[in-house]
Design a binder for this molecule. Sequence first.
Ligand code: HEC
Length: 325
Amino acid sequence: MSARTYLLAGVPLAALLASSLYSYGSGVDPYTVGVANLTKARPSCGNCHSGTQGANSLKVKLAPTARALTPGQSLSVTLSATGGVADAQLRGGFTCDVSSGAFTAGTNSRLTSRSDAITHSRNSGHNRSWTYGYTASTNPGLIEMYATLLTSNGSGTSGDIWGFAAFNSAAVQGTAVRLYVNAPGVVPVGSACAGSYENVPVFGAKQAPQRGNAAFGFELFSVPSSAGMALLVNGPSNFTLDLAVVGITGGCNLLVDPANVIVFNGTTTAGDPERASATGSFPMPIPNSPGLAGVQFQCQVAILDVNSGRPTPITMTNALRVTVQ
Ligand code: HEC
């Protein structure tokens, strides 16, 4: 064999190695790079990329178009960054994963070896914002989504700045964006407004609202630590009132008719305020009485949120319309 043949034969092997092991310019698969918790905790992208996490005011935002869902609902997710490495071409990449359900690729993104994690598909000459699809599973309950984003300078792994999608992109751990699949018979109405540390609460029910279901009740996630809260209950309606008029500013809507509303008090658990790891619950056992079949009611939670920065420090959740079966 001539030297020339050896050379040619060597090319495909090198190309294969490059694409399977090191081609992070076209995406990072959390299931194959060998770094645990790539989207949730350090060292994450910083395991291989140098540069200070969260420097140059890097701010990473993960924004789904809906959070309180029906089984199997599809929506879109936008992950974007401001700050980070100054680069005329706005080069960057990301990994986002979710506890259940499946992503669908959008422009400049691709699925990893599993559909519950998605990453960038190219690194040059595009921006630092990606929009992709997501379809929830049909199983009622909580969904947690996390993302990590890297702003790059195009020089391989040096001088890049990465961060978690969170109020503080330089935090040790990422913050979950929480979505919730409601049981059949529980239909989400409207949406919550963002609370303290930009966390958006989600209010849902995973048990079927069946007569005789002693386990029926509501759950809340991404709420402030140990906060007081009130469950507002009334009949079904299309009532909407922007509460800015009473100092509950920033897109908070009352979605339950206030006339003759019934109010139940509740309290959330303790949790990390910035990462909104506290939860809340309102048990509401449904009596087994035949007269309840088909009865509908609508409810929503008002949360006392002292760090929300609002003149009246309250954050409103989405509402739910329940039909007893
Ligand atoms: C296991 C090591 C490793 C980890 C972990 C890692 N990368 Fe990389 N990454 C590399 C290497 C090596 C390169 C340079 C080779 C290349 O461009 O393919 C690179 C390049 C890139 C590039 C192209 C940058 C450029 O300047 O050309 C992007 C974008 C990128 N990585 C994003 C990420 C993101 C986002 C994460 C975290 C979710 C991450 N990487 C985690 C090893 C890693």
